[in-house]
Design a protein around this ligand. Structure first.
Ligand SMILES: [Zn+2]
Length: 156
C-alpha cells in the first residue's frame, strides 16, 4: 500500500504515516509536520473554502508557511519572534521582496489572530476576499495585456 501526505501529496513511509495519523489526525510528511499548528489551522480553513492551500513550501532556500497557488499569494503565520528578532524580520522582508518580483503577494497573519476563535473566523473571511480579489486582478492583468498586444498589432 502506498502512503502519501494529505497536504503536499508526496509519498511517505508507513512509519511516518502511522506517527502522523496518531499525532496530527491525518497523514503528513515530515516537512508538513514541521508547520506550526496555527499555519495548519489556517490552511485547513482555507482548504474548506476550496483554495488548495499548501503548507511549508520551500522557495529558493526560503520557507513559506502557506502558499495559495491559484491566487499567487503566500501567507506567513507569524509569531512574535518575527517582529522582535532583527535577523528574522530582515529575512522576512527579503523573502517578501523576492517573491513579489515573481508576482506573488505575501500576506502576514499574526498567531494571535489564529488563536482567537472570533478573530480567526473574521480573518478567514478577509483572507478569502483578498485571495478572490487577487485572482480577479491577475485575470484582469493578463486580459489587459492580451488586449494591448492585439491593439498594437492592428495600430501599425
Ligand atoms: Zn507533505
Amino acid at each position: 500500500m502506498q502512503f502519501y501526505c494529505n497536504n503536499c501529496k508526496n509519498n511517505i513511509e508507513e512509519s511516518v504515516y502511522k506517527y502522523s495519523v496518531s499525532n496530527f489526525g491525518k497523514a503528513l510528511c515530515l516537512n508538513c509536520q514541521n508547520s506550526t499548528p496555527e499555519a495548519r489551522k489556517l490552511a485547513d480553513a482555507l482548504n474548506k473554502l476550496g483554495w488548495d492551500a499548501v503548507l511549508e513550501k520551500p522557495v529558493s532556500r526560503m520557507h513559506i508557511d502557506i502558499s495559495v497557488k491559484k491566487a499567487k499569494v503566500n501567507i506567513e503565520v507569524d509569531g512574535t519572534q518575527h517582529s522582535l528578532d532583527l535577523k528574522q524580520a530582515m529575512q522576512d522582508l527579503k523573502r517578501t521582496c523576492f517573491t513579489f518580483n515573481r508576482f506573488w503577494i505575501t500576506l502576514r497573519v499574526p498567531n494571535s489572530i489564529v488563536r482567537n476563535k472570533e478573530a480567526f473566523d473574521e480573518a478567514v473571511g478577509y483572507i478569502h476576499k483578498f485571495l478572490s480579489e487577487n485572482v480577479r486582478q491577475l485575470k484582469g492583468d493578463v486580459y489587459d495585456k492580451i488586449c494591448d498586444f492585439i491593439r498594437g498589432l492592428f495600430s501599425k
